[in-house]
Write a protein that binds this ligand. Structure first.
Ligand code: CA
Length: 233
């Protein structure tokens, strides 16, 4: 199962029915859904997976949604992740609390899944209006919408995984990506294959990249880094 660098949404909700309903609708809308039944698990997943957005229920068994929210915002790894709160009641205090804390939006239960998805998309559009759909480095060009990689205008025949791997590297250009992080982002967090999988795919990717293979730098013992020619000078 390959996840094509789809935006991922983490749902922290202790009611299994709602959790699976929301996840199902997220998947239908093209998102990767990450699930947590407790605040503690949610925080762990948020830190390790860096989702595009968190849907956070205010009433959780182990710790309150407010506390989870505070911890998300206090951690440099997660503080910029937008949060949509689920409030149990239409009570004014809940709404005010959620928004006063700085949540990006809230939805009151019971809600229509379709409405929830619209809100999620709305937040993501506000937060990432400039999300690049085309990445360029030297003569290498990646078009995320067309799913095409070209070198000097000539298409490179990459597999889905190779393309996804290259997208992940180029999006984080200049920064080292560990094998574990690449496994998580490209193969999905439930993938338990070894990090050698990453090396194998990077090797094949480099073979297909021609001169652009030099842009992918091996950082010994850690992982890989994408460096365009002008950046490595
Ligand atoms: Ca709840």
């Amino acid at each position: 199962m390959f996840f094509m660098s789809l935006p991922s949404v983490l749902v922290i909700e202790d009611e299994p029915d709602i959790l699976s309903l929301v996840s199902h609708h997220l998947q239908l809308a093209g998102f990767t859904a990450l699930q947590a039944l407790t605040g503690g698990d949610g925080l762990k997943l948020a830190r390790s997976q860096k989702p595009s957005l968190v849907i956070l229920d205010l009433m959780l068994p182990d710790t309150s949604g407010q506390e989870v929210f505070r911890q998300l915002k206090a951690d440099p790894a997660t503080h910029s992740v937008p949060v949509l709160m689920l409030t149990a009641r239409a009570a004014e205090t809940d709404r005010v609390q959620g928004l006063e804390l700085g949540a990006d939006d809230y939805v009151t239960k019971p809600f229509s899944p379709r409405e929830l998805i619209l809100r999620v998309k709305g937040i993501l559009r506000r937060v990432h209006p400039e999300e690049a759909r085309v990445h360029e480095a030297g003569h290498l060009k990646l078009d995320l919408d067309q799913h095409r990689a070209t070198w000097k205008g000539k298409e490179l025949l990459l597999t889905v995984t190779e393309f996804s791997l290259l997208v992940q590297l180029i999006k984080n250009r200049g920064r080292v990506q560990t094998r574990e992080s690449l496994l998580n982002q490209v193969w999905g967090y439930t993938y338990y294959g070894g990090s050698r999988t990453v090396d194998t795919h990077v090797r094949r990717l480099r073979e297909k990249l021609g001169p652009a293979n030099e842009y992918i730098e091996t950082v010994r013992g850690v992982g890989y880094r994408f460096m365009a020619p002008s950046e490595s000078a």
